[in-house]
Design a protein around this ligand. Sequence first.
Ligand SMILES: NC(=O)c1ccc[n+]([C@@H]2O[C@H](COP(=O)([O-])OP(=O)(O)OC[C@H]3O[C@@H](n4cnc5c(N)ncnc54)[C@H](OP(=O)(O)O)[C@@H]3O)[C@@H](O)[C@H]2O)c1
Length: 331
Amino acid sequence: MKAILYNSAGALRLIDDVEIPSISSEQILVKVVACGVNRLDLLQKAGRYPPPQGESTILGVEVSGYVHDIGDKAAAASGLKVGDGVCALVGGGGYAGYCVVPWETTVLIPNGISVLDAAGIPEAYLTAYSALMWSARMRQGESVMIHAGASGVGTAAALIAKATGSSQIFVTSGSDAKLEACSKLVNGDIHCINYKVKNFADEVLKATNGRGVDIIVDFVGASYWEKNLRSIALDGRIVLLGLLGGAVTECGFDMGTILRKRVSLVASTLRSRSLSYKAELCREFKEKAFPLFTSGILKPVIDKVYVIEEVEAAHERMGSNQNVGKILLTL
Ligand SMILES: NC(=O)c1ccc[n+]([C@@H]2O[C@H](COP(=O)([O-])OP(=O)(O)OC[C@H]3O[C@@H](n4cnc5c(N)ncnc54)[C@H](OP(=O)(O)O)[C@@H]3O)[C@@H](O)[C@H]2O)c1
């Protein structure tokens, strides 16, 4: 099969004759139609995000495609069969013609979503859903600010926040064109802040009469810490998912504000979670969110589709912050 491998210098290369992996009785072999590109792929090839132990070293943590083979226990537990169109969250191995996936994190593609586009659902949506619904325990009527609002995870979070009845949604991005795309995505029901032009804390406080937002979904970390603390409301929750802006703050850690505002800081990393956590997340997401895909309230937000031979261009697009939503690779 085809697969993308990388060397210690982070250079990618397409190999045509990689052996098709075999499955256990609890696994499924998916003939891959598409895989999603994620920031962590860029980190992994640069040696800064090793795959969890036991996972494929081939890049790619989400795929869509058709069930090609299925183990006995997987078939009995999932009800899936050969030929079904599925999408799956995986620990690795997505940039390949065939991918081994656990049945627990593999789902039938929701009605109305193409097999290709379904590759843009698992990582972005499961991360956004777990951040808002599990980590932040978001309730209807709460306000939320989503940093890197045009990212794959950010766009999914904005759509989930809207579907959940968020009272105010703020998104930040460094590009007006990206903010316009975010606004269109949720039919204009959103406060857009270009963080390169405006101080997002000032904007949030202005728009909330000084109250702040209930929830912040943050991928940026250190460089946003002080402004996040200014922006968060009493009893607010900050969900930290990434460190695009560094890990060490220059301002000092302001515990006074955390105590006074009773702020919860929750961090999460999806890939390193246990299979049982991911299984429960997939089960709940399928039950609660899949009907919203079928009715068009949620959708995979696809930025651009590349063929696997163009993987370098796909990574370049993501690495230079050009994408709005998900970049996909087709096999
Ligand atoms: N913890 C988890 O479970 C988990 C799971 C999945 C993803 N993630 C993290 O979530 C983030 C988004 O992932 P993705 O794959 O959806 O990313 P993506 O589509 O590549 O989007 C990332 C965006 O972040 C913005 N950005 C980059 N550097 C920045 C900086 N220094 N300060 C502020 N904004 C910056 C850029 O948008 P602008 O042009 O608007 O600046 C960029 O396009 C990544 O950090 C990823 O590692 C975490």
